[in-house]
Design a binder for this molecule. Structure first.
Ligand SMILES: *Cc1c(COP(=O)(O)O)cnc(C)c1O
Length: 391
């Protein structure tokens, strides 16, 4: 039986050839493909700088470090996200807090955020997550951040190619200090594993470059120890300086070549995702049990996910629905278990009931197959099968 997943990467011969070319002719890592990939994404999103790293989680981690977040910091994110958006604050010793979502956009609600900032007294950073590819209300969030002296780091792991309400591209950082992307195969483009941070701030850019590679000085960073760095006033060819603690979060040329090749197809990827969403929207319009989410903003969304709400019940549980679908070869998923309900965060004092809008959404959520390679006949099969299962 064919297997249909909620999301899947798409590769063509160009992708394969570009990786093979690196294997045959290139440097495997730290070669020219990394910078080429960075420039391509920076140009596409409209940001001055981009730093590619090993994955989106690493990108979030060094973004938090570059923003000087530490044990004294309080970081607010959405409860409806992948755990990495919350964990990056923990990596730097900061306190993670959440702020409830809007029931329609499923993104961090600006009204709730205003209240959260008021309640918490101190907020150092806000990490809005463009859930499913739909950009958050960034003008409102950035205004609240400014009022509270907080930096904004956008988690755009779902949203490469998404548009803000003003029509400009996610990642241009007009509303934030930094924006983070993921190139995990299930996301908009695949690099195997991969992540990137975009920014317009040169200082942040240089710091991110250092943090990616052990904290060693980069570009035109000044050496701190002149005696060590020079002989008779000339720079020593072997010399480098580790000026702060960094990591090996580098991406390889192999991954970057794949990412670049995928970027060449992004317009096609996004257009097809829109078509698929439009077909679902049409099929479920006025449906008694299936309510598509975020349908008012299809034009803005990168459509990483197609999420519906279903009023599951004792008579028809989500487990039964998902089991019947997977018996028919359709493997859906739930995005996401509210992060504050994970045992790790419950141990920090969070509890069921803390973020009621997120929890109500979670009770009804189901992500249907949505990806470039999903064929029309497969989508019709998903629609028919779901209708039958719910009957
Ligand atoms: C995928 C994802 C990440 C992490 O990206 P990786 O590349 O898998 O490390 C972070 N935040 C969100 C919202 C994601 O979906």
């Amino acid at each position: 039986m064919q297997k249909i997943f909620y999301g899947k990467h798409f590769l063509d011969e160009d992708d394969i050839a570009s990786v093979v070319d690196v294997l045959r002719n290139g440097a495997l890592t730290q070669g020219p493909k990394v910078e080429a990939f960075e420039n391509q994404v920076a140009q596409y999103v409209g940001a001055k700088y981009a730093v590619a790293v090993s994955n989106g989680t690493a990108a979030l981690h060094i973004a938090c470090l570059a923003a000087n977040l530490n044990e004294e910091s309080v970081v607010v994110t959405s409860p409806i996200t992948f755990v990495a958006s919350a964990n990056c604050a923990q990596y730097v010793g900061a306190e993670t807090q959440f702020s409830d979502i809007d029931p329609e956009t499923l993104n961090m609600s600006p009204e709730a955020l205003r209240q959260t900032c008021h309640t918490l007294k101190k907020v150092s950073a806000i990490i809005p997550v463009h859930f499913g590819g739909l950009p958050c209300d960034m003008p409102a969030i950035s205004k609240i951040a400014q009022e509270n002296g907080a930096v904004v780091i956008e988690d755009a792991s779902h949203a490469l190619g998404g548009l803000y309400a003003d029509g400009s591209r996610v990642g241009n950082c007009k509303y934030s200090s930094m924006t983070v992307f993921s190139f995990h195969p299930v996301k908009i483009i695949a690099a195997g594993e991969g992540g990137m941070i975009t920014t317009n701030d040169e200082k942040l850019y240089k710091k991110l470059l250092r943090l990616r590679s052990h904290g060693i000085n980069k570009l035109d960073d000044q050496f701190q120890l002149d005696d060590m760095a020079t002989t008779h006033g000339k720079t020593n060819p072997w010399y480098y300086e580790m000026q702060e603690l960094g990591f090996n979060y580098r991406i390889t040329d192999i991954q970057s070549a794949l990412g670049s090749s995928q970027m060449n197809k992004i317009d096609r990827f996004l257009a097809r995702r829109k078509e698929i969403a439009a077909r679902y929207d049409q099929a479920f319009a006025g449906h008694a049990q299936i309510k598509p989410c975020q349908s008012a903003w299809r034009d803005q969304s990168a459509l990483h996910l197609y999420v519906v709400r279903i009023a599951f019940s004792e008579r028809l549980t989500r487990q039964q629905v998902m089991t019947k679908l997977s018996e028919a070869g359709i493997h859906c998923q739930v995005h996401y278990i509210p992060v504050h309900l994970q045992p790790y965060y419950l141990h920090q004092g969070f509890a069921a009931g803390n973020y009621p809008v997120a929890e109500q959404y979670y009770a009804q959520a189901l992500s249907l197959p949505e990806y470039y390679g999903l064929e029309s006949h497969q989508q019709e099969y998903v629609i028919d099968t779901l209708n039958k299962v719910l009957m």
